[in-house]
Design a protein. Structure first.
Length: 469
């Protein structure tokens, strides 16, 4: 069987001249409907720009909905919530409507530190209402296929594929919220990908298990590997479950007897390689089935459980990052640095997941050794402190009318571990949307945006932006 990998040399195929429909009625086009894209589209439309959001799947929300990530991380600095604005709208909407999770927490202060659980069906509707309520249009099942340039620095139009075939869309400003930086990279932006020698963090196939006995769960061992009685220690040593080799296991209640799991790793996955991604998804689904069987064997609360769902998207932690006018480094994070043009702040740890060899080695450590290793890797900031994210991290060098938002903004690899978290993606998305609308009303140059006005607009919508020291 021949390989489908894009890494092998293939024969060239020259496209024949063809005329396709063009829709050039937009001020701003946002590509990618994850947290960053939803916030960008809502913010852009809220500012009066005629906005289109293009999403490759049939739902908004990305990892939190289609990917089944069971809770939001990165909302607070250990003392207070700092991901506000549209991010706060999403958090409070979840808390108000997930009565099975939050009914015992009615007195939770508005800005108390919290990592809200995610009901994926509820979150889909929250994003639908947030984006359409602001006035943005959405095209589902429409995938970016190509980028056509006006000149070396300006995108003329994007080419998308959907049930109409190939369609061209033109706007004054484009926001790349693809996660992988597809639009920016295809437009010629300078990008980095992964770490040394192209190393990429592993992915995770998140899943949901239902019919868990919550009474037994309350008195039984924890699922987390820091509990010496956790079944995960037995599972990784059981040959019946050959694909489960590492200790990574996170677990959160979604509803009565229903829990979401961000558990296990799919190593050596590359979301920009279609064949690799396809094989990784197959492995991830197989692993989810093994986890169900293994938990049922080793934990009494799971005896009659069933696998309710696996993500239709594999959880991807890392691919491309643009090189912007600013570039955040680990030194900026450790110093909790502020910037005159910052558009949000983040305090989440430097969450960079390791290699397969490292996971196998970690499984041989004691719990105390694991905790020490985790503290050294993550480097959490002191409670109450956070790092600013400059607007210039959203502006790709050399591209005039393109902004980036979400996982693909301009940082080094370690700092990407904090800005890629969904709460921060909502924040960078909102800033990108406002900036895109501002640029579209002017010359279209995203580098010429009035940052003081951008920051004041963000503050007016509730953003946490203390004056930089």
């Amino acid at each position: 069987m021949s390989s489908l990998s894009g890494n092998e040399k293939k024969a060239d195929y020259v496209l024949k001249p063809k005329t396709i429909p063009l829709d050039d009625s937009w001020d701003v086009i946002v590509v990618g409907g994850g947290p960053a894209g939803c916030a960008a589209a809502a913010a852009s439309a809220r500012e009066g720009a005629k906005t289109l959001l293009i999403e490759a799947t049939g739902v908004l929300g990305g990892m939190g909905t289609a990917g089944l990530v069971p809770w939001f991380c990165g909302y607070d600095d250990g003392e207070k919530v700092i991901a506000r604005g549209l991010a706060e709208h999403v958090r409070l909407s979840l808390q108000r409507n997930m009565k099975f999770v939050y009914e015992a927490r009615k007195d939770l202060p508005k800005n108390a530190p919290d990592s809200p659980a995610i009901d994926p069906e509820l979150l889909k509707r929250i994003y639908d209402d947030m984006v359409t309520g602001a006035g943005s249009s959405i095209l589902f099942h429409t995938k970016l296929a190509s980028v056509d340039m006006k000149d070396d620095s300006s995108v003329d139009a994007i080419i998308a594929a959907n049930k109409s075939g190939l369609v061209a869309f033109r706007a004054k400003v484009y926001v790349d919220a693809t996660g992988d930086g597809d639009l920016a990279a295809w437009a010629g932006a300078v990008v980095e990908k992964g770490g040394e020698n192209g190393a990429l963090q592993p992915g995770t196939m998140c899943f949901m298990i239902a019919n868990i006995d919550e009474e037994r769960l309350a008195v039984g061992p924890s699922i987390h590997c820091y509990d010496p009685d956790s079944p995960i220690w037995k599972i990784i040593r059981d040959d019946k479950y050959p694909d489960i080799i590492d200790l990574h296991s996170c677990f959160r209640k979604i509803g009565p007897g229903v829990y979401g799991l961000n558990t296990g790793h799919v190593f050596d996955v590359d979301n920009t390689d279609p064949e690799n991604l396809s094989q990784s998804i197959l492995l991830g689904r197989r692993m989810a089935g093994q986890y169900r069987d293994a938990f049922a064997e080793y934990h009494p609360a799971f005896a009659d459980c069933f696998l309710a769902a696996t993500g239709s998207l594999l959880g991807i932690r890392e691919t491309r990052r643009i090189i912007g006018e600013a570039y955040l480094t680990v030194d900026d994070y450790l110093a909790a640095r502020s910037f005159p043009d910052e558009i949000c702040r983040t305090a989440y740890g430097l969450d960079v997941h390791g290699t397969k060899a490292g996971a196998i080695q970690a499984a041989k450590m004691t719990i105390d050794e694991l905790k020490k290793l985790n503290q050294e890797i993550v480097c959490n900031l002191k409670p109450g402190t956070s790092m600013g994210v400059p607007y210039r991290c959203l502006t790709p060098k050399g591209l005039r009318n393109v902004l980036a938002a979400g996982r693909c903004i301009s940082t080094d690899r370690r700092v990407n571990g904090t800005v890629r978290i969904m709460a921060c993606c909502l924040n960078t998305g909102e800033a990108a949307g406002i900036a895109a609308a501002m640029a579209a009303k002017d010359t279209g140059d995203v580098h010429a945006v009035d940052v003081k006005k951008l920051r004041s607009t963000l503050k007016a919508h509730g953003a946490y932006l203390p004056d930089p020291a």
